[in-house]
Design a protein around this ligand. Structure first.
Ligand code: ADP
Ligand code: MG
Length: 253
């Protein structure tokens, strides 16, 4: 599968390029208390903008998952501010977070996390329904999203009958359900061979460039840098640098 993004308009662009969609300011996270306290992250400040692909790189245990989980409202920080939809949500209660999370974020993980007994179409449709119980035509939206990621012909297959790259495309279609502006991935290509990993990353790149999504991806793989606008390096719980990928790495000049 080479064409990463089918060229039809089933998914509208949702924001002007460079709009800041999510912002972390001075974020710290300490797990546990007292003698068991582990400071996983300190003073992390990061902006996620429409149309931009941000890669987060760093050694194992450096705080990448903690950082991206706080950005995606999956984890509450110990200190700092999380700005989404123009408000600091760090102080919001558990009641408001799920709605805010569902409206703003789509998640893609290393392990795909598809339901084995459901077809690709059913997996995506169910996620859309779970995000929004009042979704009128979840199956229709699921079908359009699977076509968008190039999986139209395989939408009635079970996950076991799909390749790793196809499963991750299903997961990306699922993440796009409900039209969230921000796509977050924690090592989404780690289980894929190089060629497939690059094509999945190319799809995420196109969703940023052509549909105005903000894409933030944790990775160990420096080969993905060619798709990124920015590379954030995390070490020992600190953002060491936020820079451009190497000049020859940029695939979409
Ligand atoms: P990475 O994704 O870069 O591997 P993590 O964010 O998962 O790093 O972890 C950062 C640090 O926080 C590590 O030292 C890890 O052991 C610790 N940590 C992560 N999650 C927890 C947790 N739930 N409880 C205690 N320590 C944790
Ligand atoms: Mg991790």
């Amino acid at each position: 599968m080479t064409a990463a993004l089918a060229l039809h308009e089933s998914l509208p662009s949702i924001a002007a390029p460079r709009d800041s969609l999510a912002r972390l300011v001075g974020i710290g996270k300490t797990y546990g208390t007292g003698e068991n306290a582990v400071t996983a992250l300190a003073e992390a400040t990061l902006d996620s903008r429409a149309g931009e692909v941000t890669l987060i790189e760093g050694p194992s245990g450096s705080g990448k998952t903690t950082l991206i989980s706080i950005l995606g409202l999956l984890l509450t920080p110990t200190t700092g501010e999380v700005w989404i939809e123009g408000q600091n949500v760090a102080g919001l209660g558990e009641k408001q977070l799920p709605g805010l999370r569902a409206r703003n974020f789509g998640f893609v993980f290393q392990g795909f996390n598809l339901f084995p007994a459901l077809t690709a179409l059913e997996n995506v449709a169910m996620a859309i329904q779970m995000k929004n119980g009042r979704a009128k035509d979840a199956k229709g939206e699921a079908r359009r999203l699977l076509e968008l990621v190039g999986l139209g012909p395989r939408m009635h297959h079970l996950p076991a009958d799909l390749s790793g790259g196809q499963k991750q495309r299903v997961a990306i279609a699922r993440a796009l359900g409900g039209n969230p502006p921000i796509l977050v991935g924690d090592e989404p290509t780690a289980a894929l061979d190089t060629k497939t990993a690059l094509s999945v990353m190319e799809l995420l790149r196109e969703l940023a460039s052509n549909r105005g999504r903000a894409v933030v991806v944790v990775t160990h793989d420096p080969r993905l840098e060619r798709f990124a606008d920015r590379v954030v390096r995390v070490e020992d719980g600190l953002i060491q640098s936020i820079g451009s990928p190497s000049p020859h790495a940029h695939a979409h000049a």
